[in-house]
Design a protein. Structure first.
Length: 262
């Protein structure tokens, strides 16, 4: 890590995620992320959290304040000391109401279609970050026996590495990522042409299932779904037909294992 990379502050990492970082510091931050997997994981988690917040609360922020709660409305009906008291009461009530609205939205965050969309965004960010790593794209290599047990234990559900050889993909290994709502497993595969495909999985907030949700961001595409209380994302080059085949193989591998346990 260079001296310039080491000078990157936590505030600059947050500003980078928020799109508020000065242009002359972007290169330094990206160099820090490329050489510091821990910082890169934190940034990926912050982006996932921001995506979740936008997906669930954006419409609440945009709602107009009811006329009866506007300060000017209260002020017209009060004067002197009572005006101050009324204004303070309105502010306190508004804060309490916002807390109630946010609490309601947070409790409904477990809706699986919302989870699938939010996880897809986070998975694309993680995919973009790690597929370009030459020396450290993964933490644990495919040949190490503890890879899947370790990820399963940390995520809290069984993590599998399906055979994707029919799609021309060979398992490289995996890593653990922070995420929302909990730790996330990332499994990486590589094709003969050097292309990489990742499978991320994390515990969903509730049981249930969804159809596949497609998400694309430039040259990267992703298919996300929720099944049996686990959220999955397959990300790779934005070839929807191929990713659909890969996603179905992943789905079938987990379904087959679940049926064998019954």
């Amino acid at each position: 890590m260079t001296e310039r990379d080491a000078s990157v502050t936590e505030d600059e990492l947050h500003a980078y995620v928020d799109g508020a970082l000065p242009g002359d510091r972007i290169a330094a931050v990206e160099a820090r992320l490329a050489s510091d997997p821990e910082a890169a994981s934190r940034v990926a988690a912050w982006r996932a959290q921001a995506t979740s917040i936008r997906a669930n609360w954006e419409r609440v922020v945009e709602e107009p304040v009811p006329e009866r709660l506007r300060l000017e409305h209260i002020a017209r009906r009060a004067s002197g000391t009572w005006r101050k008291i009324a204004a303070a009461a309105v502010i306190a009530f508004a804060i309490g109401a916002a807390g109630g609205w946010y609490g309601h939205e947070y409790s409904s965050f477990g809706r699986n279609d919302q989870i699938a969309r939010a996880i897809a965004d986070a998975a694309i960010e993680a995919h973009r970050l790690y597929i370009n790593e030459v020396r450290h794209p993964i933490e644990v290599r495919a040949g190490e026996a503890h890879l899947l047990p370790w990820l399963s234990r940390r995520v809290g559900s069984t993590v599998r590495a399906p055979d994707l050889a029919p799609e021309g993909l060979k398992l490289m290994g995996g890593r653990l990522l922070p995420g929302t709502p909990g730790p996330t497993a990332l499994i990486m595969y590589e094709g003969s042409g050097g292309e990489r495909v990742t499978i991320t999985s994390t515990r969903a907030a509730r049981e249930g299932a969804t159809a596949f949700h497609w998400k694309s961001a430039g040259e990267i595409g992703a298919l996300a779904w929720v099944e049996g209380g686990v959220a999955f994302v397959v990300a790779g080059p934005a070839d929807r037909a191929r990713l659909d085949r890969v996603a179905r193989r992943v789905y079938e591998a987990y379904e087959t294992a679940a049926n064998e346990r019954r």
